[in-house]
Ligand binder design. Sequence first.
Ligand SMILES: Cc1cc2nc3c(=O)[nH]c(=O)nc-3n(C[C@H](O)[C@H](O)[C@H](O)COP(=O)(O)OP(=O)(O)OC[C@H]3O[C@@H](n4cnc5c(N)ncnc54)[C@H](O)[C@@H]3O)c2cc1C
Length: 321
Amino acid sequence: MVVGAGIVGLTAAVRLQQYGARVTVLTADPAPRLVSAVAAAVWYPTHTDADPRVLRWAAATLEEFSAQAAGGVPGVVLRRTRMLQRGPVAGLPWWAPAAGDVRALDASEPYTRELRFTVPLVEMVGYLDWLQQRIVAGGGRVVRRRVHSLDDLFAEAPVVVNATGLAAAALCGDRAMFPVRGHIVLVANPGLDESVRDEDDPAGITYVHPRSRDVVLGGTYEPGRADTLADPEARDGILRRCIALVPALAGAPILGERIGLRPARHGGPRVEAEAREGGLLVHAYGHGGAGMTLSWGCADEVCTLALTGRRKAPGQRADQK
Ligand SMILES: Cc1cc2nc3c(=O)[nH]c(=O)nc-3n(C[C@H](O)[C@H](O)[C@H](O)COP(=O)(O)OP(=O)(O)OC[C@H]3O[C@@H](n4cnc5c(N)ncnc54)[C@H](O)[C@@H]3O)c2cc1C
């Protein structure tokens, strides 16, 4: 049983099914209300610390999405990206080996360097729907139901995957979890087909991601802020910065805006199994600003944990033998 129908839960459910498991996915919320539906969603390990596990998950995810883009999965494309950097830079970033071909070029003031690479972009609303359909077509179920105790679910299934995102803080008492509010603005696409990022803009993180019909303009990254109230000042700031970065956006009609809470976790995502009375609990949450970026790689790990029963004993870290 998988609790959570965001990008993390659904990709895990698909993989478990591929390995022969009978899967039921429970979700408290409809897909359009999830932070997974707000995500831009471009492969990039935003605010994620360098970590060999993360690098492995990111590389596996990029490979899977690239295959899906080549196979014509709706809403999955490869996007050429220009990433402008400020301040001192040395060598390629830690995530470059997972991204494949990352080239560094000189850049003019106020930038110090430009990185060029090509990575997957996923139109999440349709993609979440596609994943759900895949699960149902494979004999699984996706059920709207709020869970109050993960342990109670062992009466229904021997393995429970906890992919509840931010809600894991309360469901399993994880005090390392915290929300990071993010805000994006959607405008009509004036014909752009290249992503541009200026992560270090002193006025705020700035990115432009063209999709099939619109362009995602971002953004904000506000650790600890847990409300999703409208913020016209932040919206205007996003528009101002993105138009300065990509002047072709000036005058593009505004189609809407989205605000979501990234499920961040001190120490990085928790992907580990725990023996509980009654069954095996596999945790997969805390992906912060990189849930799409790490999704398929984490799903592989969830599968290994769920199907081999590899778990930590009480008081032992999952990576300890
Ligand atoms: C503005 C913005 C831009 C972003 N851009 C990107 C990007 O470009 N690339 C990227 O990789 N990431 C991006 N992200 C981050 C990404 O959205 C998240 O990392 C990802 O969606 C987390 O997915 P999840 O499945 O863990 O959580 P969620 O999508 O929150 O799903 C959690 C699931 O658990 C269910 N649940 C919770 N509690 C219960 C309960 N008690 N009972 C039953 N079900 C429950 C929910 O109903 C839901 O189905 C962005 C986020 C924001 C806000």
